[in-house]
Ligand binder design. Structure first.
Ligand SMILES: *Cc1c(COP(=O)(O)O)cnc(C)c1O
Length: 376
């Protein structure tokens, strides 16, 4: 066992584990289950700032399923789709769009800077015939957070539907679907601190209409939001729902609801994390647009990320993360979301990191943990 200080999956809350160990109703035949599912989905909509015109569907699959189902359901052959690419997940949407017969129009920006709504506005003046845009709230591999509340309204002004991946932020920092989001994707294993296995898609009325009224069938059964659109009226799910997972999800939402300082704590501890690292001589990877759920910083010159991760885990019992794809070997990441977002856990992480860096010949000064504690 080790402490999971990774940016997902996170430590699962004790009450979620207990809820999943309960007896569960038959999800195919028991109306009580249908109501539990429906109510749980409505709670997510409300927590994301949506009124009754928005609707959330909970899908049985890890976060990537929500992204794939959203792209599969919105894309028709030949549709042009704007890919806002300032990170690995951001750029990754192009692959999904291609897979479903769409034509990605890639807006490629600096991976160390958040998307600029003014520059995007200027770019959009020269574009025609784009059906929807994809963007990521927090691009987890780089810790980059885009200001979706500023960007989505710009996209809407140009008549584009918006598909937002907020897997790494939902329930850790505020997300408001009413600020121009047509399809919002989230999942359980990040700030919600439930196990991987469920994901969500919240649709605006426009998002729903685009999916309901498309001309060609969605080319897939499982990665498909169309099959969910009237589940409640028909009292029928496209496949057997994992009832125990839904019980766990409901318990995770209870934790969020009872935690009144959740967003302010994430913001405070994220700020203290960044300050401790920077003052200690480390370089943050993002240059602006810092996420409140994860912090990415550059591997100090001459050190190996793998060696840092190994020593953290073997000598201190704490798992943090490196990164992947174009950031492989370049950055280290601390996840401070959901259950991980606790002052004492971060103090322990910084004490261990201080020791590991010192052993490897890089001495953060002032010491990380001390400095962190002074700031929160
Ligand atoms: C975690 C995450 C996902 C889901 O991806 P996995 O790598 O399968 O966990 C999707 N988008 C973002 C931004 C994420 O952080």
């Amino acid at each position: 066992m080790y402490e999971l200080m990774t940016p997902g999956p996170t430590q699962v809350s004790a009450s979620v584990l207990a809820a999943r160990a309960q007896w569960a109703p038959n999800p195919d035949q028991d109306e009580d289950f249908l109501e539990l599912y429906h109510k749980t989905a409505q709670r997510i909509t409300q927590m994301m700032g949506g009124d009754e015109t928005f609707e959330t569907f909970i899908l049985a699959g890890e976060g990537m399923l929500a992204l794939e189902a959203a792209v599969a359901s919105l894309t028709e052959p030949g549709d042009r789709v704007l890919i806002l690419d300032n990170g690995i997940f951001g750029g990754g949407f192009a692959d999904l769009v291609r897979l479903y017969g769409g034509i990605p129009v890639v807006y490629n920006m600096d991976y160390r800077r958040p998307l600029d709504p003014i520059a995007l506005d200027i770019y959009l003046r020269g574009q025609r015939r784009i059906k929807y845009a994809t963007l990521v709230h927090c691009d987890t591999p780089s810790g980059m957070c885009n200001d979706i509340a500023a960007i989505c309204p710009v996209l809407k002004r140009y008549g584009l539907l918006t598909l937002v991946d907020a897997v790494a932020t939902m329930f850790g920092q505020p997300v408001h679907v009413s600020q121009g989001i047509d399809v919002l994707c989230g999942a359980t294993q990040k700030a919600l601190s439930a196990p991987a296995g469920l994901c969500f898609a919240t649709l605006s009325p426009e998002g729903r209409a685009a999916i309901a009224e498309r001309k060609s069938p969605v080319p897939g059964f499982y990665a498909n939001l169309q099959t969910y659109l009237d589940y409640y009226e028909k009292r029928w799910f496209p496949y057997t729902m994992p009832a125990h997972d839904i019980l766990g999800l409901a318990a995770a939402l209870d934790v969020v609801e009872a935690d009144e300082e959740r967003y302010s704590r994430h913001a405070l501890l994220a700020r203290a994390t960044r300050a401790a690292l920077e003052k200690g001589g480390l370089e943050l990877y993002p240059q602006g647009g810092y996420a409140e759920t994860v912090t990415a910083f550059c591997v100090p010159e001459g050190l190996s990320d793998k060696e840092v991760l190994r020593k953290m885990r073997e000598e201190h019992g704490i798992m943090i993360s490196g990164s992947f794809d174009v950031l492989e070997g370049q950055v280290l990441r601390i996840g401070h979301m959901g259950e991980n977002c606790q002052r004492e856990k971060l103090v322990g992480t910084f004490e261990a990191l201080q020791q590991v860096f010192t052993d490897l010949g890089f001495v953060p000064d002032p010491p990380l943990a001390e400095n962190f504690q002074r700031r929160c």
